[in-house]
Design a protein around this ligand. Sequence first.
Ligand code: FAD
Ligand code: NAG
Ligand code: NAG
Ligand code: NAG
Ligand code: NAG
Ligand code: NAG
Ligand code: NAG
Ligand code: NAG
Length: 502
Amino acid sequence: MARSTLIRVVLGTAALVAPAIAQGTCETVENRTSISISTSPAISYTEEQSHYWSTFCTDLKPACILEPSTTEEVAAIVSILRENNETFAVKSGGHNPNNYFASVDGGPLISTKNLNEVIFDADTETVRVGPGNRWDEVGEQLDATGYTVVGGRIGNVGVGGYLLGNGLSFMSTEYGWAANSILEATVVLANASIVTVSNTSHPDLFLALRGGGNNFGIVTSYLLQAYPQGDIWGGNLEFDATPENTAALLAAVRNFTENYSDGKAGIIMTAERTLGTLLDIWILFLYYNGPEPPQEVFEEFLAIGPTINSCKTQRYADLLSGNNWAVLTGSVYTIGTETIPLPGAADGAEILQAVYDRWVNVSDTAKFVPGLIASVAFQPMPKRVAQIARSKGGDLLDLDDDVDRIIVELDYSFTFKSDYDQVDLTMRATYDGISDVVKGYQQSGQLPSDVYLPIFMNDGFYPQDYFGRLRPEKLQLAQKVQAEVDPDGFWKERTGGFKIPA
Ligand SMILES: Cc1cc2nc3c(=O)[nH]c(=O)nc-3n(C[C@H](O)[C@H](O)[C@H](O)COP(=O)(O)OP(=O)(O)OC[C@H]3O[C@@H](n4cnc5c(N)ncnc54)[C@H](O)[C@@H]3O)c2cc1C
Ligand SMILES: *[C@@H]1O[C@H](CO)[C@@H](O)[C@H](O)[C@H]1NC(C)=O
Ligand SMILES: *[C@@H]1O[C@H](CO)[C@@H](O)[C@H](O)[C@H]1NC(C)=O
Ligand SMILES: *[C@@H]1O[C@H](CO)[C@@H](O)[C@H](O)[C@H]1NC(C)=O
Ligand SMILES: *[C@@H]1O[C@H](CO)[C@@H](O)[C@H](O)[C@H]1NC(C)=O
Ligand SMILES: *[C@@H]1O[C@H](CO)[C@@H](O)[C@H](O)[C@H]1NC(C)=O
Ligand SMILES: *[C@@H]1O[C@H](CO)[C@@H](O)[C@H](O)[C@H]1NC(C)=O
Ligand SMILES: *[C@@H]1O[C@H](CO)[C@@H](O)[C@H](O)[C@H]1NC(C)=O
């Protein structure tokens, strides 16, 4: 064989397999496209890395940060990613504290920060929102329109991941999960094609996106239903966590959840233990969709006598940004969750106290971890939310309105990454412990046993079996859609997040 022929054969082969031997995504994107890229130690890189809730995520260092500004640029990145086998991550607000969900060590990070449109259309009463926004920015930009969208309760949380986990809002008892108000989404699929998804276009994918996380593609734009919005009432109440206050607050939140008399009212009831100082407090986030709540709505909480009460009439956008005080950065965070059926009036005090006591007991086992703060949130999930969710086309979680529920959110924050493994075990013991308390009361007949208790994705710890706890038919739908849009397991194998079991 002549030398030149040999070269041509080799080159020809090289050209054919070129995709497989391409260098890293970062370099290829840089060579072939004009997509904005940040690399260490540029200020833009450090700045984007600083926008994680957990410092552990900040410390995971992507090879570069890709900052696409259009759906086409996202598709170009996905095409290039397909040419190699790098792990990568997609990040919106960076609020999910699970490592590798929206963070990556070594591979490229795709930041949605430049996909930040907020376009209100008065005629259709809709808003087009890019995943790169945060809820306080959305609230602020919509303020002058007299409309808003169903979104996060703490302004700093990102739009992109929140909506794919269904999204619990102060407005959920009026309008359902945030995802129930998605009318349309623009999605880049694993084969780099761009699809518009709605109840008439790819309807199965549309359902699977609502509560499906990042398993199906990168959402580059959401079209959301807008709702008229005026001034609201809200703020925080703080109480010392004395045994009397704790008992009274648990009784009050039980009553508040049962019969949910006023859908305009929302609450997050959080207890916080700073283990180094033995400072235990309750902090409540209150919301009412109107300038003043009817007196009886929050009466049971107010009657307990808060040490601090910052509730007032204000703009909705100001409530969202005001709640950002709760976003304390500079710590490693873990989050976990469990769902419990709301106990009846007769046993409510005993059962909720047992849940609380178990949380105290388990969190105590990590008390020597430097900087440890344990928190638990009791989040009402009344039948009303399930009814509204289904009336709007539903979602993967598919709650029924047979029972009221409480979604328990658990967080541990601490100073050093080196303590992660210990806190990881503590987190598992905390939600397992709460689940055991529930099972005990189910066995004694004090809690209903035939109850669907899925977990809420946005509060889930990475080992929790989100998909496995869905209704079998919803899990099957997720599997079917995955087989259609991600037959090679591109999202499944290459990026973090809750995965659909085979
Ligand atoms: C202070 C605080 C308050 C919170 N309050 C609420 C609340 O009120 N209600 C509630 O429901 N949850 C709440 N959460 C939980 C929060 O919704 C989740 O952590 C959520 O994942 C964060 O959304 P993000 O956009 O910031 O996501 P990120 O952390 O950026 O991403 C989370 C996941 O979504 C994926 N993702 C992000 N954007 C896209 C996209 N465009 N396309 C495909 N996949 C994407 C990521 O890959 C990742 O797996 C809160 C969290 C914190 C820290
Ligand atoms: C990118 O371009 C540089 C300079 O032309 C070249 O050396 C390098 O091999 C290219 N990398 C890729 C992955 O195309
Ligand atoms: C891709 O990488 C994973 C681990 O990161 C490895 O298990 C897999 O075999 C690789 N696939 C190919 C085609 O190289
Ligand atoms: C589809 O959504 C539109 C709103 O975008 C709504 O008017 C219509 O009723 C929905 N159709 C179905 C079948 O859910
Ligand atoms: C809870 O509601 C019941 C029934 O309305 C009432 O008897 C009880 O006093 C309420 N509990 C609290 C703590 O207000
Ligand atoms: C909820 O409704 C039931 C049935 O009407 C009633 O017995 C109960 O007292 C109500 N609970 C509260 C807290 O008002
Ligand atoms: C908490 O721990 C104490 C002491 O070990 C034990 O007596 C109690 O039963 C525990 N309570 C719960 C709810 O786990
Ligand atoms: C990409 O995948 C979608 C979903 O499976 C499919 O409908 C579409 O035809 C594919 N496009 C290309 C170009 O292969």
